[in-house]
Design a protein around this ligand. Structure first.
Ligand code: ZN
Length: 326
């Protein structure tokens, strides 16, 4: 495939980092496994964090490992509040942006990108305009999503399974997750062609969770095998598609879907089902994965954690101060 025809994708992660032990991998190992997979694939990423000013230093150290590994951090609000929730006061939402901004500056990176929690941009025009003005005042660029996935649903399913069994069928999760990524990446590439007549540099949304700690390396290998090139978020956002003056309002999903709705074009039901199809397929599948195979998979993940130079922890218990802001 020539470079002019190659499909390009910027990889982004949302949420956390959380310090809960998920089972199988502790939070430091989850973080490092994701960073190792990105490093092995030479894929730049932007991680949209929820950094509360009251979070322990360990949370900030997990985020800082991303900077040290060469990635960028974005603002996802400190508290992950939903702008379209009427119980979220407008001032609280704006303060939550500012709190995350401050925490990011303490980590040494003046943040540039913002992503709305739940991809909710504000259905109420007054709230939307107030937040957009606040973001502009802080020099933020809004980072939409085009290649949306329901990785969070499969992760949720895995987490629930772990509560009943310490040895869930990992190979089954791996296969169904890869099938999900294959379906979504193919469908959104198709939507790009349908709407724009060309291959849009896509922006992929994944989440910082156990599922990706286990299987991100497989996901990246699959995408690369399908001809996708990994580019930075900055490179993707340089495409004129992302600088349209008045894009259609997002409804919690892909910007490509928003354009489809605005144009009254048909939409594949599997793009809006929050992964229901994949969950049903996973539930229907017999758990044929052999425990030995699953253990080998998990062991290989754990053994590979040391393959990238991630300087963690930064300094346990250290309080990041104003003077360290970049
Ligand atoms: Zn989020």
């Amino acid at each position: 495939m020539s470079s002019s025809l190659a499909r390009q994708v910027a990889i982004t992660f949302d949420d956390g980092p959380v310090l809960d032990h998920s089972g199988l991998l502790d939070p430091v190992s989850r973080n490092q496994a994701i960073l190792c997979a990105l490093a092995a694939a030479e894929a730049p990423a932007c991680y949209f964090v929820n950094l509360s000013s009251t979070s322990p230093a360990g949370v900030q150290a997990l985020a800082q490992a991303w900077l040290r590994a060469g990635h960028s951090l974005g603002n996802h609000t400190a508290s992950h509040c939903n702008l379209d929730n009427p119980d979220t006061p407008l001032d609280a939402f704006v303060h939550s942006i500012a709190d995350c901004d401050l925490a990011l500056r303490h980590l040494g990176q003046p943040p540039h990108y913002f992503r709305y929690p739940y991809l909710r941009h504000g259905e109420d025009p007054v709230r939307r305009q107030r937040v957009e003005a606040a973001l502009a005042g802080m020099a933020y660029q809004i980072a939409p999503v085009t290649l949306d996935t329901s990785d969070w649903r499969l992760d949720q399913h895995l987490q629930n399974r772990l509560r009943s069994t310490p040895a869930p069928p990992l190979e089954a999760y791996r296969q169904h997750y890869l099938a999900h990524i294959q379906q979504r990446s193919h469908a959104y590439a198709g939507l790009s062609g349908q709407l724009l007549g060309r291959a849009l540099p896509q922006i992929l949304l994944l989440h910082h969770n156990l599922l990706n700690a286990l299987f991100l390396a497989d996901v990246l290998a699959l995408l690369r095998a399908q001809g996708w090139q990994f580019i930075s978020l900055e490179q993707a956002l340089a495409d004129p598609f992302y600088t349209a003056k008045a894009p259609p309002l997002l409804a919690g999903q892909s910007l490509l879907l928003a354009y489809c709705r605005a144009a009254h074009q048909p939409i594949d039901a599997r793009l809006t089902d929050n992964g229901d199809w994949d969950i049903a397929a996973l539930n229907a599948a017999t758990t044929t994965a052999l425990p030995a195979l699953d253990q080998a998979l998990l062991t290989s993940r754990q053994q590979n954690l040391g393959s990238v130079d991630v300087l963690f922890p930064v300094a346990p218990g250290r309080v990041l101060g104003q003077g360290e802001a970049g």
